[in-house]
Design a binder for this molecule. Structure first.
Ligand code: TRP
Length: 448
C-alpha cells in the first residue's frame, strides 16, 4: 500500500509525446546547434558527420537505453535508482549519484554563461531591428558585468521552469518550445540556401574527404555524441524515472536519438553554408593555411558578421537564429537542474520550491565564480566535466547495467512497454553489447 501511494504520488510525464519532447529538449542544445557545426567545420565537414553518426548509433543510443531503463526501474532520483539496480552497492550508488549531480551542476554553471551570451546576441539583433543599434554594444562586448547579468537572467528562467514541476514545467515548456525550434530551423535553412556561396558550404558538409580521418577526429566525435545525448550525468536516468511504465524504452530512445541527430545535422546544414555565404561577403573565415579561424567563437563572430552584411533582413535572421539557440539551451538547462532538484526533494524531503532556490542559488554562485575568474576557470570546468567526468560516470553506469544488474529484472522492466522484446533483435544484441562493447569503446575514448 505504501509503495503504491508513493509511486502514484510521484510525478510523471503526462504523455509519450511530452516525454519525447522533454528528452529531445534535453539532448538538443548548444551541443547540437553550436558544438556540432563548429566541430564539423573544423574537422573536415562530411567526415566528421559520418563518424559522428556511427558513434551515435554504436555508443550513445545503447547507453541512452541503459540510463532510461535504470531510471524507470528505480522510480526515483538517480542515487536511489542506482541503489535499486544494485542493492548491495549502497556506497557505490551514493557516490555515483552524488558525483553525477555535482558534475551536472558544474556543466550547468558554464552552460548558463554561454546561454547568457546568446541572450545578449538575441537582444542585440532585436535592438538593431528597431533601430537602436547604438544602445546594444554592451550586450555583445565581453565583460564581467555583462556575463554576470545575462547568466543570472538565464538561470532565473531555468529555475522558473523547474519550479513548476515535471508535467507543468518541464513537459509543458518542452512541448511548446521544441516544435517552435523545428519551425525556426526550417525557415532558416531555406533562407540560407537562397544566398550566394551556400553551395560551397554544402559541398564541404556532404562530400567526404577521408584525408581528414584521424584518431583525434574519432575521439572528438565520440565525446560530441555523448555530450549531445546528455549522457553520463544522470539526466536521462532522472527523466527515465518519470516515464510511464507502458512506454517502449528502446523505441522511445531511438526516436530521441534520431531527433537529436536530425537537429545537429540541420544545424550543420545552416551553419556551414552560412560560413561560406559570409566568406562570399568578404568576412574572413579561414586562415591562409585553410584552418577555421575562431573556431570557438564561430557563432558569435562569423555569423553576426554575416547578418550585418544582409542589411534589414540580417537583423531578422540574426534574431531568429539566436532565439532558436536560446530555446535549445533552455530545454537542456532545465534537464540539468532537475537532477539535483529531484535528489534534494526526495532525499532531504524539502519542497520543490526550496530545492530549486537552494540549488539554483548554488549554481549561480559557482557560475559567478567562473565569470569573475574567466581565464582561469572556464576552460578548466568545461574540460573537467565533459572530457573527464562525463565518460567516467558513464562507464560506471554501463558497468552496473552490464555486469551487476540482474538481467531478468532488466528484461521484466523493458517488457512492460515492449512485451515481445525477448524475441527481438534488440534483446539479442543489446545486453552483451552494453556489457562488453560500450565499456571498451569508452575506455578507448578516455585513454585517447
Ligand atoms: N545535450 C545538451 C546539448 O547538446 C546539453 C546537455 C543537457 C547536457 N544535459 C546534459 C550535456 C547533461 C551533458 C550532460 O547541448
Amino acid at each position: 500500500m505504501v509503495t503504491l501511494m508513493a509511486s502514484s504520488s510521484r510525478s510523471q510525464f503526462s504523455s509519450r509525446f511530452g516525454f519525447i519532447m522533454a528528452a529531445a529538449g534535453s539532448a538538443v542544445g548548444l551541443g547540437n546547434v553550436w558544438g556540432f557545426p563548429t566541430q564539423a567545420a573544423s574537422n573536415g565537414g562530411a567526415v566528421f558527420l559520418f563518424v559522428y553518426l556511427i558513434m551515435v548509433f554504436l555508443l550513445a543510443f545503447p547507453m541512452l537505453v541503459a540510463e532510461l531503463t535504470i531510471g524507470r526501474y528505480g522510480q526515483s532520483n538517480a542515487i536511489r535508482s542506482f541503489r535499486s539496480a544494485w542493492p548491495k552497492g549502497k556506497a557505490f550508488a551514493i557516490v555515483l549519484g552524488i558525483g553525477g549531480l555535482i558534475v551536472v551542476s558544474l556543466i550547468l554553471s558554464f552552460y548558463s554563461i554561454v546561454a547568457g551570451w546568446l541572450m545578449g546576441s538575441f537582444a542585440d539583433s532585436s535592438l538593431n531591428l528597431v533601430g537602436l543599434a547604438d544602445k546594444s554594444h554592451w550586450l555583445t562586448t565581453f565583460g564581467t558585468e555583462r556575463n554576470l547579468v545575462l547568466m543570472v537572467i538565464f538561470m532565473l528562467l531555468t529555475m522558473h521552469v523547474v519550479r513548476s514541476g515535471v508535467a507543468d514545467g518541464i513537459e509543458k515548456w518542452s512541448t511548446r518550445l521544441m516544435p517552435l525550434l523545428f519551425v525556426l530551423f526550417g525557415l532558416l535553412t531555406v533562407y540560407i540556401f537562397t544566398q550566394d556561396g551556400s553551395l560551397e558550404g554544402l559541398k564541404m558538409y556532404l562530400v567526404p574527404d577521408f584525408s581528414h580521418l584521424t584518431p583525434e577526429l574519432v575521439v572528438s566525435a565520440m565525446g560530441q555524441a555523448f555530450f549531445s545525448l546528455s549522457l553520463g550525468v544522470c539526466v536521462m536516468t532522472t527523466y527515465g524515472s518519470y516515464l510511464q511504465k507502458d512506454t517502449n524504452i528502446p523505441k522511445t530512445a531511438a526516436q530521441v536519438a534520431l531527433i537529436d541527430t536530425g537537429v545537429a545535422f540541420i544545424a550543420g546544414l545552416v551553419v556551414l553554408p552560412a560560413m561560406f555565404v559570409a566568406k562570399h561577403h568578404g568576412v574572413q573565415i579561414f586562415s591562409d593555411s585553410g584552418t577555421l579561424l575562431n573556431s570557438d567563437t564561430l557563432v558569435f563572430t562569423v555569423l553576426p558578421a554575416l547578418f550585418d552584411t544582409m542589411g534589414e533582413m540580417g537583423a531578422v535572421v540574426g534574431a531568429v537564429f539566436f532565439l532558436l539557440m536560446i530555446i535549445a539551451a533552455l530545454t537542456s538547462s532545465i534537464s540539468m537542474l532537475e537532477v539535483p532538484v529531484s535528489c534534494a526533494t526526495e532525499e532531504l524531503k524539502i519542497s520543490r520550491n526550496k530545492a530549486v532556490l537552494l540549488i539554483g542559488g548554488v549554481v549561480i554562485i559557482a557560475s559567478a565564480a567562473i565569470v569573475t575568474n574567466f581565464n582561469l576557470l572556464f576552460g578548466f570546468v568545461v574540460n573537467f566535466t565533459t572530457v573527464y567526468s562525463q565518460p567516467i560516470i558513464a562507464l560506471l553506469i554501463t558497468l552496473i547495467v552490464g555486469w551487476i544488474w540482474n538481467r531478468n529484472q532488466i528484461l521484466t522492466e523493458l517488457k512492460q512497454g515492449y512485451p515481445e522484446i525477448e524475441k527481438s533483435l534488440f534483446w539479442k544484441i543489446w545486453p552483451t553489447y552494453v556489457r562488453v562493447v560500450c565499456p571498451i569503446l569508452m575506455l578507448l575514448v578516455f585513454f585517447a
